[in-house]
Design a protein around this ligand. Structure first.
Ligand code: ADP
Length: 458
């Protein structure tokens, strides 16, 4: 990648509908922020265009001010400029109220809202005379950027920008994703294994020549146990045992769990079919059987799943009040304390394009227990079964994994993990240190993206 590092700076504009921490639903939000920061750190100019939702977490936006206004699509659009995590963000606020809905997704006209936003974002770039080298859009929600750019802006200088389209999850909005695959100059998805898993999909298959799997990274400054205001004691690999002990006690205290030295399994997830709901439930019972503690932080967009977990929570809280806590909400500060206070983070997904939770877990010295799928397979190497596969990537094994999505599969991984905790604390502690020292940041993947950006320059 030496060549890429020496190329002149590029101007990259992300058009996205999520951005951590101000408008976050899932991993897409983290990726927009952390990839942008990594590329900006390599001396390129990066801007982000985001809808100005009424539900933005404004407290995390610095120096928000009115920037300009323009008319488009039968509406006046106010543009605000602010800084988020060191990035310049342009917030589009159409006065037709499309983003005054109290939510990011979940309106019956989401397709229309985000197509309007995609087009309005291109119009903003045109009207401000912007000449980005690369426009990067994400998932179905900003997929229309790919064809709107080529269909409406070809004769403008804006049309010289190349357009990169990243699929974070093929399950959503597939009707829009196929067209974007055809129009994009390059398309990516978020891990090599997921790119192979979806290669046969009729939406993807015709475009394999321009389709690349690039692993997501995490931002080491945003997720940093040494500098995390939500933790009681700051820690790094050399005092991981002390740091995690303090975090576990704080977590037990906060949630009213028994303050005891027990193996603690954490789960931080959207509660959807993708995340392996039946496997999560089974793992909770298995962990309790083995004398461990469980903390689940999960939000369910589907009310029937939410209901199901509310019932499970009341059952668990009455039978195992000192050892199980289900927190059925979205809570970023609590997620930090769980990443730090848990011994294990469980991610038993049915499919997983990349998965960030296992990477964040490792950054906080928690050992991942995962199902072998997508990005989980690319980042977690079983301590018993996958020494060779790890070594072939220049890595040491770093977790526990299982293949088959059933109770026996979960048991195979969870039982070995908990036994290792009970029977070999020194070994287990050295594993916590080892996972903390592995580099799952953007250091490497950001260069892969830069290489791709360069390859599309006209
Ligand atoms: P996905 O994008 O499919 O939801 P990822 O693993 O890529 O899954 O990203 C999930 C992100 O959302 C992680 O940063 C995780 O910490 C966070 N997260 C998920 N559920 C919650 C929750 N209930 N509260 C706080 N953070 C959550």
């Amino acid at each position: 990648f030496g060549g890429v590092a020496k190329e002149p700076p590029m101007h990259i504009v992300h058009i996205a509908v999520e951005m951590a921490p101000i408008a976050k639903v899932g991993g897409l939000a983290d990726v927009v922020t952390s990839l942008s920061r990594a590329v900006q750190d390599l001396n390129h100019k990066v801007d982000i265009i985001l809808p100005k939702y009424d539900c933005l977490k404004f407290s995390n936006v610095k120096d928000l001010g009115f920037h300009m206004r323009y008319s488009w699509g039968g509406s006046e659009i106010k543009v605000w400029l602010g800084e988020v995590e060191g990035l310049s963000v342009y917030f589009l606020e159409p006065q037709n109220g499309l983003f005054w809905a109290g939510c990011i997704y979940g309106c019956r006209n989401d397709d229309e809202r985000f197509t309007f936003f995609s087009h309005a974002a291109l119009e903003f770039l045109l009207q401000t005379g912007s000449h980005p080298d690369v426009i990067h859009c994400h998932d179905w929600s900003s997929a229309p950027v790919t064809w709107l750019l080529k269909d409406h802006y070809r004769h403008h200088s804006l049309g010289k920008a190349s357009v990169i389209f990243t699929i974070h999850n093929l399950e959503f909005g597939a009707h829009l994703i196929g067209k974007a695959m055809a129009y994009a100059d390059k398309a990516t998805t978020v891990s090599p294994t997921y790119s192979q898993e979806v290669a046969g999909n009729p939406i993807i298959a015709p475009h394999l020549h321009k389709f690349h799997g690039i692993l997501n990274g995490i931002d080491p400054d945003i997720w940093d146990s040494y500098n995390d205001k939500f933790l009681p004691v700051s820690y790094a690999a050399d005092n991981v045992v002390e740091g995690k002990r303090a975090a576990k006690e704080a977590l037990q205290q906060k949630l009213g769990l028994k303050k005891a030295d027990l193996p603690l399994v954490g789960i931080i997830t959207r509660l959807t079919h993708q995340k392996g709901i039946h496997l999560i439930k089974h793992a909770i019972w298995r962990t309790l059987d083995r004398g461990g503690q469980v903390v689940l932080l999960g939000s369910a967009p589907d009310p029937s799943i939410q209901n199901d977990f509310v019932n499970l929570a009341s059952q668990l809280h009455s039978w195992h009040n000192e050892r199980a806590r289900l927190c059925l909400m979205f809570d970023e500060p609590l997620s930090h304390l769980i990443y730090a206070g848990a011994d294990f983070i469980l991610v038993p997904s049915i499919f997983e394009p990349c998965g960030l939770t296992q990477l964040t877990a490792m950054r906080y010295g928690s050992v991942p227990i995962v199902r072998k799928t997508g990005g989980l397979y690319d980042t977690v190497f079983d301590v018993d079964d996958e020494k060779d596969r790890a070594q072939s990537q220049g890595l040491k094994p770093n977790g526990f994994s299982f293949e088959v999505a059933d109770a026996a599969g979960v048991d195979y991984a969870v039982n070995r993990a908990i036994s290792a905790w009970y029977d070999g604390r020194d070994w287990f502690n050295s594993l916590c240190k080892l996972v903390m020292e592995q580099d799952w940041s953007w250091n490497r993947p950001a260069l892969d993206y830069l290489e791709l950006y360069h390859a599309t320059r006209k």
